[in-house]
Ligand binder design. Structure first.
Ligand SMILES: Cc1cc2nc3c(=O)[nH]c(=O)nc-3n(C[C@H](O)[C@H](O)[C@H](O)COP(=O)(O)OP(=O)(O)OC[C@H]3O[C@@H](n4cnc5c(N)ncnc54)[C@H](O)[C@@H]3O)c2cc1C
Length: 291
């Protein structure tokens, strides 16, 4: 079973490593009502097993009165890991402050782990576990085509992956098409005025980025994947015919359904598309990291 598909309770949460927050930077502009922060963590361990596209575990304090010692959550490694002068691993994670509406009471609650992480400040410490899994792999053939489709904090593993591909992988010659969905331009993580990290790859001959925004962001309309993807529909379908094309998807769970809708409109019917997607997934050519 892929790491991304495991239930949280099935993860091994030992050993645990203390981490210190070295920095916490808001990467959405103040005008945005979404707060996403990038945290740089130094992990207190001698070895450095972290790799781009893995996840780490975070143990946010629980409420022992309710029998919760902690809240265990996963976060994607959002950049190429580095090592401090003293040999300790340093990793970045990108965290969105979330709240949710309780289905019984109808009340709005702050998400435990995301708020805990977003409130941490430099010098604070936290417990971490992992790293776990590696959702997306660099294809064996260096001329493969990669179609990366992400939304919201789903860009975090892709940012690490793209950096890894262009900086560490020798002889990468394949095409990379990044489709990134966000509510509005303000929430285009790593592609906005606060942090434009991904722009450095726009000059790469093999890299292309396409944005898909919500048509009416204040009405919480879904992201308009149709426009970004359907415009290139024929080309994408032709790419999918080829053995060395891989589609990697990352973000919230509803993306899977939204993309099924878009691709089934390109590919005649939902039934045909479902079968096609299943076949791609079975060959490891359609991989999803959803939460
Ligand atoms: C493999 C994996 C990788 C993940 N990587 C990241 C990451 O890089 N960055 C990140 O912020 N979160 C990531 N998450 C989600 C993260 O683990 C938590 O679920 C999230 O931070 C909410 O936790 P919470 O305790 O604050 O709220 P919870 O009480 O657990 O959840 C509150 C609500 O928020 C929704 N939600 C969860 N995550 C998000 C999000 N990122 N954006 C919008 N709504 C959300 C949930 O569906 C739920 O309805 C990942 C999850 C998995 C399984």
């Amino acid at each position: 079973m892929s790491e991304a598909l495991k239930r949280l309770e099935d993860y091994e949460t030992q050993p645990r490593h203390r981490a210190t927050v070295l920095s916490s930077e808001r990467i959405t502009p103040q005008e945005s009502d979404e707060e996403v922060r990038e945290l740089l963590l130094e992990i207190d361990r001698e070895d450095s097993p972290y790799e781009a596209v893995q996840n780490i575990g975070v143990l946010a304090p629980g409420d022992p009165a309710f029998g919760q010692q902690h809240h265990f959550r996963l976060y994607s490694v959002a950049d190429r890991p580095e090592t401090s002068e003293t040999g300790k691993p340093r990793i970045k994670i990108c965290v969105k402050r979330v709240d949710y509406i309780d289905s019984y009471s109808g009340e709005r609650y702050a998400g435990r782990a995301s708020n805990y992480l977003c409130d941490l400040r430099p010098g604070d410490t936290l417990w971490t576990t992992g790293p776990y899994g590696q959702a997306f792999e660099v294809p064996e053939h260096m001329d493969a085509t990669l179609i990366l489709i992400g939304s919201g904090t789903g860009i975090a593993p892709f940012r690490a992956f793209i950096k890894h591909l262009y900086k560490d992988v020798k002889n990468w010659k394949g095409r990379v098409l990044l489709f990134y969905g966000a509510k509005s331009g303000l929430e285009m993580l790593y592609q906005n005025e606060k942090n434009n990290d991904l722009a450095q790859y726009y000059d790469e001959e093999t890299f292309e980025a396409f944005r898909a925004l919500s048509p009416r962001p204040h009405w919480a309309d879904p992201i308009a994947w149709d426009q970004a993807i359907a415009e290139r529909g024929d080309e994408l379908l032709q790419m999918l015919e080829k053995e060395n094309t891989y589609v990697y998807v990352a973000g919230l769970e509803e993306m899977s359904e939204e993309l099924d809708g878009v691709f089934s409109r390109l590919d005649d019917t939902r039934k045909i598309w479902r079968e096609r997607k299943q076949a791609l997934a079975a060959e490891g050519r359609w991989v999803e990291l959803l939460y």
